[in-house]
Design a protein around this ligand. Structure first.
Ligand SMILES: *Cc1c(COP(=O)(O)O)cnc(C)c1O
Length: 369
């Protein structure tokens, strides 16, 4: 049996007719950038996310970048970010000229360790960027309390957790301004690149709308030096179709994660992900940890099961950040995780047979050692 890491087959079957009709009407509309389809999707996503404003943009990295820019964060400022995040969170901080200050995650949940945030705050700190990694919401109540105490902005990186929550409040609705990504493999994915910003702050929403469109609110009148970071009209139209399935798809992800948990719990040497009290996860990824990660991955691959490593090198050890001069050993939890994490196959339409096969092969691996 072959189990891919991700497959769009089932999702695409589910939406094909509607997507084709949507494309045809988009094509005939003769309007391809910042039209009704964009504003409709923005309203729908704001309603889904329980925020006042959603601004569609080109991708998740640009959403993070514009969020920081709209807050006026730049050169000389520091932004707190987890040490085990995807590189884009850090890139956005360096794009505006600010310095990323890494805070270690909790080993069990993979999310930023809230008990280590305060010691990382300096007079230059302007913001905290929690990242809801692998689909689980960070401990947002504590993060918002710290931000309030030190008068810091909060920018959620919600690329992996659309629909997750903490104490029943959704990711992307806590921070001053928050970013998400609709990269195809995210829980809500476009058919190409796209992203969005969510906020309850009208002023920030207006700023971002200008920044994504050359810095202009009125055509050919430029108030600030902006960018071209608009969402594609056709992607917005596709996202409106897919958004209607998001809750159902997240449920399915939870189901698969539940089966993995129940069938893998208790294997010695294999650590399963845990969810902190008050938080929910929408399982963008199901990530296990093991000292024998590379041989487990090879064993599964030899048996037709594809897995991925998110992520093999933490940002501070990437060549791109050599100039930060943070030596190996300085962020031991992120470094340890990079050597132990393995993401198991998890996608909409994954059959019980496929899930059981993955479980069987993992059990076999641990029995044979
Ligand atoms: C995917 C992702 C991004 C970037 O989104 P793109 O749309 O690919 O630019 C940022 N942060 C995290 C945590 C992500 O997973």
């Amino acid at each position: 049996m072959n189990v891919p890491f991700v497959s769009f087959e089932t999702i695409n079957k589910q939406i094909k007719t509607e997507i084709m009709e949507t494309f045809e009407s988009f094509f005939d509309s003769n309007f391809y950038v910042l039209g009704d389809r964009t504003s409709t999707f923005e309203k729908e996503y704001a309603a889904f996310n329980q925020v006042n404003h959603c601004i569609g943009v080109s991708n998740g990295l640009d959403a993070l970048h514009l969020s920081l820019k709209s807050l006026g964060i730049g050169s000389g400022d520091e932004v707190i970010v987890p040490s085990n995040t995807f590189i884009a969170s850090v890139l956005a901080i360096s794009f505006v000229g600010a310095t990323p200050v890494f805070v270690e995650p909790r080993y069990d949940t993979f999310n930023i360790d809230v008990s280590r945030i305060e010691e990382a705050i300096s007079p230059r700190t302007k913001a905290i960027m929690p990242v809801h990694l692998y689909g689980q919401c960070c401990e947002m109540t504590t993060i918002m309390e710290i931000a309030q105490k030190y008068n810091l902005w909060v920018i959620e990186d919600n690329a992996q957790a659309q629909g997750a929550s903490f104490n029943n409040r959704l990711t992307g609705s806590f921070g001053d301004i928050n970013a998400t990504s609709f990269y195809p493999a995210k829980n809500l994915g476009a058919l190409g690149d796209a992203g969005a910003i969510t906020t309850n702050n009208l002023e920030l929403s207006n700023k971002v709308k200008m920044l994504r469109n050359y810095g202009s609110a009125i055509k050919y009148y430029n108030e600030v030096p902006g960018f071209n970071n608009r969402i594609d009209e056709v992607q917005a139209a596709f996202l409106s179709v897919k958004l209607r399935f998001l809750n159902q798809w997240n449920e399915e992800r939870r189901h698969i994660a539940g089966v993995y948990h129940d069938s893998l719990v208790g294997i010695e040497g294999l650590e399963l992900p845990s969810v902190v009290s008050g938080a929910t996860s929408v399982y963008h990824l199901y990530v296990v940890k093991t000292d024998r990660r590379d041989s487990l991955q090879r064993y599964l691959e030899a048996n037709g099961v594809m897995t991925t490593i998110h992520y093999p090198i933490p940002p501070h050890l990437q060549k791109a950040y050599a100039h930060l001069d943070i030596r190996k050993g300085s962020l031991p939890i992120a470094e340890d995780l990079a050597e132990k994490v393995l993401s198991l196959p998890l996608f909409i339409g994954m059959t019980d047979k496929q899930i059981n096969y993955v479980v069987e092969k993992i059990r076999e691996f641990y029995q044979n050692i």
